[in-house]
Design a protein around this ligand. Structure first.
Ligand code: BDR
Ligand code: CA
Length: 316
């Protein structure tokens, strides 16, 4: 039995790795990608997703575009730090041939709402960028809010943020959207920096992909080496790059990779802690917990699964 999955990506290098993880997982049936802004403009992210799907021979998977800026803003510009980490083209200046497929006419929000209507418990949604599109789907449909199973990459509960001391990059882009998600969605699994900064990749692993000599292997190695180099500058103490977005897909396949803490969450919206994801004191004693936060990860098992799936995918 395969599980249907939709990825909501701001494609981005680790988003590209998350996409590859999904394509390399026989347990998953990727029914569509929704593109959001974040690491890149929404158009760049959509273009990258289309091109990567074609590179891996899956140009048949549809890509939809979401809103192009945060709820509380009128527009969006790529942050300098995002360009530094992901490159101006979002994939570390690695070359990706122009895709032949184009973005769907249906909006990302409609596609998400219709997919939850159609597949219910057989579908998991994995957002790995700002929460803007998912928040819009929640507002558009109460049924989506109640029935969608969401495994998101974003936030930090037990460690500091990575954009400000309090805020993680995805939440930082649209704190109001993540707050709405925590308060209104019935089933959220949060894969935050608590665990994603424990899953690190080095050039020793990317050399395996380069040695394959395939276009897909070369692309994965080129993009990820750029990302590792950026991490060497911004977070040299880690000794590798964080596999943020692929870990969320890994957990969608196998939740036993992480230890989950059930807790109702909120996002701070005011003052210096704006963008902080933390337990909601007003819902602390509610019997029903709508969010589960990953607080520990089986690093060795995840890294082994990650390399096995991506290397096999890129060999073809
Ligand atoms: C998250 O921010 C983005 O830069 C990455 O793609 C990831 O989704 C990590 O904080
Ligand atoms: Ca991302």
């Amino acid at each position: 039995m395969t599980k249907k999955i939709i990825l909501d990506l701001d494609t981005g290098i680790d988003d590209a790795l998350a996409l590859a993880y999904a394509l390399g997982s026989p347990e998953l049936d990727l029914i569509g990608v929704t593109g959001t802004y974040g690491n890149v403009l929404v158009d760049t992210g959509v273009r990258n997703a289309l091109a990567i799907l074609e590179l891996f021979g899956r140009g048949d998977i549809p890509v939809f575009a979401g809103p192009d800026h945060a709820r509380a803003r009128d527009s969006f510009e790529v942050l300098e730090i995002s360009e530094f980490i992901h490159g101006t083209n979002g994939v570390g200046e690695a070359e990706l041939p122009e895709p032949s497929a184009t973005v769907q006419d249906t909006s990302a929000v409609d596609f998400l709402v219709e997919s939850v209507e159609a597949y219910g418990d057989d579908l998991v949604i994995v957002p790995t960028g700002p929460s803007t599109t998912i928040a819009a789907a929640i507002e558009a449909s109460e049924s989506f809010a109640q029935r969608a199973h969401i495994v998101m990459m974003g936030g930090a509960l037990t460690v500091p943020g990575n954009v400000t001391q309090f805020s993680e990059a995805n939440v930082n882009q649209d704190p109001e959207a993540t707050d709405l998600l925590f308060r209104r969605a019935a089933d959220v699994t949060m894969i935050g920096l608590d665990v994603t900064l424990q899953t690190l990749l080095t050039k020793a692993e990317t050399a395996t992909w380069r040695a394959l000599g395939t276009p897909a292997g070369t692309f994965l190695a080129d993009a990820t080496d750029y990302y590792i180099k950026a991490y060497d500058t911004t977070a040299p103490h880690l000794g590798g790059c964080g596999l943020h977005d692929p870990l969320a897909v890994g957990v969608a396949v196998d939740p036993t990779l992480v230890t989950l803490l059930p807790i109702n969450m909120k996002t701070d919206l005011e003052g210096e802690t704006r963008g902080r994801t933390i337990g909601d004191e007003t819902r602390l004693n509610d019997a029903v917990k709508t969010t589960r936060v990953a607080v520990a990860v089986d690093t060795d098992r995840f890294l082994a699964e990650f390399m096995r799936r991506l290397t096999s995918l890129a060999s073809a």
